[in-house]
Design a protein around this ligand. Structure first.
Ligand code: NAD
Length: 337
């Protein structure tokens, strides 16, 4: 039996937020053969390590997937065309096209004989009818059916979950699926239109602090609810799910639900300022309420994401504020190691 630390691990989407952290996480765990792949030029990757093989390839194309997965034992698919509500509500076709990435990666994984395959699904697969009130009942895994997912992005995730199931059942690939609920942390998108709520609120409050104009725009009335998972919890869960024998899609998210107004309260406290809140009721808002039911993950792994929002946000805010000060800009910049 081959020592697992010398297994060839491929991280697809390694130039992005979660993929970039995952490469660092795997290095810290002692993996010695890691291949990081992303479509973006490497100067635009959020994190890039000289200790791994870095490839720029468009993984929506099958020949590129076969090239990327040569010799692969394990594959993490974190590659997708995605963003926060502002992006996914206005780019449904682009979101659906991510189906090519997961499908071709699975086909390539079969061709090269990869043993394990991880797919990053999303809480956006859950039925809209179960997320209509702010004080929502947390979503259990079975709430994805009957299917009524987020249009575009959610349908692609649900379809790709099925594709993973059938590659596992028909071709024996150990495909594992986690349904991420809002992941946040440093080294991710905080401006430009693809950012999600925690990074956007941190950026807006940092900007208010830097300019002295203490007011921000909030999308919706701020009473919509969500839970947010800090990146370190996401990395542990992702690794454990891939290496487990649990085969069904499983929630990977925090159970600490807050309203967007409460999220702003926390970031105000971290920044040490109060801001006037201007509510934009016509902006994209997504579902009214969403939380992760963690009974299953607790049962299977005896663990659940538990990093407190205020602790994760303190680290995220500090990074975003430092980036903005360093560049004098509110645009996301790229950090190279
Ligand atoms: P991200 O946008 O930071 O990273 C995705 C990366 O995929 C980007 O670097 C992008 O360049 C790359 N990519 C896109 N198309 C590609 C292609 N054709 N070939 C190769 N690379 C390509 O996003 P993220 O937050 O790191 O998300 C990672 C995964 O987790 C995605 O599948 C996403 O849908 C899923 N997810 C994320 C969250 C979250 O809150 N961040 C929540 C639910 C699910």
């Amino acid at each position: 039996m081959k020592d697992e630390k010398t297994n060839m691990i491929v991280v697809a989407g390694a130039g992005g937020f979660i993929g970039g952290h995952l490469v660092q996480h795997l290095l810290q765990k002692g993996y010695t053969r890691i291949r990081a792949v992303d479509k973006k030029p490497q100067t635009q990757w959020y994190q890039r390590s000289p200790k791994v093989e870095n490839l720029t390839l468009d993984l929506s194309l099958l020949p590129n997937c076969v090239m990327a997965l040569q010799g692969a034992d394990e594959v993490y698919n974190l590659a997708a065309d995605m963003g926060g509500m502002g992006f996914i509500e206005n780019n449904k076709a682009l979101c659906m096209l991510s189906v090519l990435i997961n499908t071709h990666l699975l086909m390539a994984a079969k061709e090269v004989g990869a043993q394990r395959f991880f797919f990053a699904s999303s809480a956006c697969v859950y039925a809209a009818g179960k997320q209509t009130v702010a004080n929502v009942t947390a979503l259990k895994e079975e709430d994805a059916y009957p299917a009524e997912p987020e249009d575009g992005y959610g349908w692609e995730k649900l379809f790709s979950e099925r594709m993973c199931r059938h590659f596992r059942e028909d071709f024996g690939i150990a495909a594992r699926v986690a349904r991420y609920h809002n992941v946040y942390g440093p080294h991710g998108t905080y401006a430009g239109g693809r950012e999600k709520a925690p990074a956007a609120i941190c950026r807006k409050i940092a900007e208010a602090k830097m300019t002295g104009k203490h007011e921000i725009e909030i999308w919706g009335d701020g009473e919509q609810t969500r839970s947010f998972m800090y990146i370190d919890d996401c990395l542990k869960g992702t690794f454990d799910i891939l290496h487990s024998e649990w085969v069904e899609p499983i929630n990977l998210g925090s159970h600490e639900m807050v309203s967007i107004n409460q999220l702003v309260d926390i970031v105000e406290e971290i920044a040490g300022i109060k801001v006037k809140r201007n509510y934009n009721l016509s902006a994209p808002k997504g579902v009214r309420g969403r939380n992760s039911d963690n009974e299953l993950i607790k049962k299977v792994f005896n663990w659940e994401p538990s990093i407190r929002l205020k602790d994760g946000l303190a680290k995220t805010y500090a990074w975003i504020e430092a980036e903005m000060k360093a560049t004098g800009s509110t645009k996301s910049v790229v950090n190279l190691y």
